[in-house]
Design a binder for this molecule. Structure first.
Ligand code: ZN
Length: 224
């Protein structure tokens, strides 16, 4: 049976799992809203969109403890390997085929970073396609990401200031056309304070067939 559980761990951090495999995305688990501690997670794989500390987070220490490799852009992977973590360095395009049920593609993201390009990630897991946009401003080729990967779920930053805000993220939903959209990267600190219901209202106007799922940190939703 196809299906995955998507759990929000606050900020841009998510845990995605099917019965067999668990993937952590952007595991900054010391974020103020995180329901878990970095020492209590047991991922099989970690995906990191870029090296800013609120995304790379505790990925290296989790990788060292569990042996889970970090899938990320090539230059960041080299940096992680130098710091003693395990990493699979790839680039925009892909995929990295991790097992029969799990593939990761990196996508472009309009943002900044120290090591290599900032990215988004598309994860194919147990028949479900998930697009995590990373940190990004709105860009027109999100339409192409929608066309070529046909995501079931889009995880989108809505906090503004560093990324898209709620209204811009609703335009992203219109371009990507996923079945579900989950807002992230808001309310962690003052400068990215945002009401996720503004995002929900804007999506209802622009793309009523997409269901917005507003998760609380620690809450999960099964997508099948
Ligand atoms: Zn960033």
């Amino acid at each position: 049976m196809k299906g995955v559980n998507i759990k929000w761990l606050g900020h841009a951090a998510f845990e995605i799992s099917d019965q067999k495999t668990t993937v952590l995305i952007d595991p900054w688990l010391t974020n103020p809203l995180s329901p878990v501690k970095p020492e209590n997670v047991k991922p099989d794989y970690i995906v990191v969109t870029h090296d800013h500390s609120d995304h790379l987070g505790e990925a290296v220490e989790i990788s060292k403890r569990t042996g889970a490799p970090i899938i990320c852009v090539y230059e960041l992977a080299n940096h992680i390997i130098k710091s003693g973590g395990k990493a699979i360095g790839m680039n925009i395009g892909g995929p990295a085929v991790l097992n029969n049920e799990l593939k990761v593609y990196l996508t472009q993201a309009f943002h900044s970073s120290t090591y290599g390009s900032p990215t988004g990630a598309v994860i194919f897991m147990n028949g479900i396609r998930i697009y995590h946009a990373g940190d990004t401003g709105l860009f027109g080729d999100m339409r192409l990401i929608g066309e070529i990967y046909d995501p079931d779920v889009a995880l989108l930053p809505i906090g503004g200031f560093f990324t898209m805000n709620a209204e811009q993220a609703a335009i992203a939903v219109q371009l990507i056309a996923p079945r579900y959209a989950i807002p992230m990267h808001y309310n962690t600190f003052d400068v990215i304070k945002q009401d996720p219901h503004l995002f929900e209202e804007a999506v209802k106007k622009l793309r009523p067939s997409t269901e917005v799922i507003i998760l609380k940190p620690g809450e999960e939703r099964e997508i099948s």
